[in-house]
Design a protein around this ligand. Sequence first.
Ligand SMILES: *[C@@H]1O[C@H](CO)[C@@H](O)[C@H](O)[C@H]1NC(C)=O
Ligand SMILES: *[C@@H]1O[C@H](CO)[C@@H](O)[C@H](O)[C@H]1NC(C)=O
Ligand SMILES: *[C@@H]1O[C@H](CO)[C@@H](O)[C@H](O)[C@H]1NC(C)=O
Ligand SMILES: *[C@@H]1O[C@H](CO)[C@@H](O)[C@H](O)[C@H]1NC(C)=O
Ligand SMILES: *[C@@H]1O[C@H](CO)[C@@H](O)[C@H](O)[C@H]1NC(C)=O
Length: 514
Amino acid sequence: MISKTVFVLFTNLILVNCKDFASLSHLKPKASLGKQEDAAKDLYQRVLGPRAGEFVVKVQSNIGPKEKDTFLINTKEKYVEITGTTGVAAAMGLYYYLTNYCNCQITWGGRQMAIPSPLPKVEGGSVNITTNDKIRFFQNVCTVSYSSVWFKWADWEAYLDWMAMRGINMALAFTGQEAIFQRVYMGLGFTMKDLQDHFGGPAFLAWSRMGNMHGWGGPITQNWIDDQLILQHKILERMRSFGMIPVLPGFAGHVPEATILHYPTANVSRLRDWGHFNKTYCCNYLLDFNDPLFMKIAVRFIKEMENEFGVDHVYSVDTFNEMRPRSNSTEYLALSGRTIYKSLKEADSKAIWLMQGWLFIDGGFWKQPQIKALLTAVPQGEMIILDLYSEIIPIYTQTESYYGQPFIWCMLHDFGGTMELYGALKLINEGPFNGRAFPNSSMVGLGMTPEGIFQNEVVYEFFTENVWRKAPRDISTWISKYVLNRYGKTNKFIDLAWQYLKVTSAMFDRHNSW
Ligand SMILES: *[C@@H]1O[C@H](CO)[C@@H](O)[C@H](O)[C@H]1NC(C)=O
Ligand SMILES: *[C@@H]1O[C@H](CO)[C@@H](O)[C@H](O)[C@H]1NC(C)=O
Ligand SMILES: *[C@@H]1O[C@H](CO)[C@@H](O)[C@H](O)[C@H]1NC(C)=O
Ligand SMILES: *[C@@H]1O[C@H](CO)[C@@H](O)[C@H](O)[C@H]1NC(C)=O
Ligand SMILES: *[C@@H]1O[C@H](CO)[C@@H](O)[C@H](O)[C@H]1NC(C)=O
């Protein structure tokens, strides 16, 4: 008896250790509970309009376990009370109530908000839901260029409401970074013309930011740069007030061509062509990791962001996205990891490096020793890897769960913002559970990393329930409920049509290829 108890305690301990990285415990909302509660109230007002008066919303951090989010729904005689551990959790509680009890739906394509009156009661009068993971991440570095580049604040506001209602508590906040880079580079003697050659045009920033190409679709104007910075202030303010953690960019080593002019002794190399751009736009310069200029730019960049709008300690840095490193030596790759990590830490002692795992899809280059060299150059728990395409090509399974570094199980789903009908419902129904159950799993969250949005809403409604679902669901039953929410009533022909889409695999068993 005694040994069994000891054994159970011991395994629990291992599980806890494995998933709750102490090194990530400082990643949490910055805003006060009162501020988060106000942000949630405002969201309820935007979403519910005149019916908002029938809801009471509260934010209390102590209603559930640490490192997870919880919401409670209590239906009273005359109103519904929703309490969340954060502003995000309170927003998620509202969407849970709307979809599960009111048969409503809010997607990119439209809203079905025929909320019953009086408000439905929940069974037993109360519901208590805790998320499965610490982190729910959203956005791909490409999403902005495929889908949201022309967003005004009103579009961002709706977009952030959409995220909050699905429990997203960590999201890319890349807007306006050119203004910061501009200050850093101009402080180092570069000119606006140098930077216009370096930055892409507004619609192509995703790729110039990743060093894939430069200048294409430009030149970018000062007006655009300034306006985007103003927009970024609003985005950050709203994210933080919900209790989300914005992910800011870091410096990855890609520098303007004029570096060879202003810093003739800098050790730079040229990356290969990406996407068949010609010499005017391709083959960006990469600063060597040993060059002192690397540290200088990286640190100044973060300090400049800190001065401008504050930081949240998570930085996204991808040096080799779809671009092979110059050497496959483990020393070189370890140096790259060490340098990026060191530069982040030097600027912000609480920095955590977020990296897309997409590069590892190139198995011709990234073999086990190369991946291991890069990842283990960073102290355990000080980086987070986005397993970017977990539903189709998981990498955590090939790397002993990223050699112990925390990772986020992500559904990529969409390449290039394409608008076809597809989605791999079966795989995203089961995949996240397999990720958590993987031997020595270092999974810390769920993510969605579509290159483009505004398509196949059914897939996103389905996926985001994984945030709180405790087991995979019966897909046909779920589809019927989705259809009811979408149209607001039951119609056997519509239901049949949707079931038919599923059964014939015309839609739900396919996935996009790139
Ligand atoms: C809600 O459930 C969580 C565990 O999932 C528990 O820690 C918490 O105490 C519960 N809260 C209430 C008010 O029942
Ligand atoms: C430039 O960087 C490369 C790659 O790290 C290194 O092999 C080389 O020795 C460096 N050159 C100089 C002059 O430091
Ligand atoms: C690259 O293509 C552009 C047109 O798309 C052209 O203006 C430019 O001269 C080309 N550059 C080179 C080096 O061929
Ligand atoms: C690098 O690649 C070459 C061949 O392309 C191979 O012979 C060598 O073993 C690789 N180095 C490492 C450290 O894997
Ligand atoms: C899990 O980790 C333990 C301790 O590091 C190790 O001994 C074991 O081999 C690992 N299991 C798997 C399946 O990787």
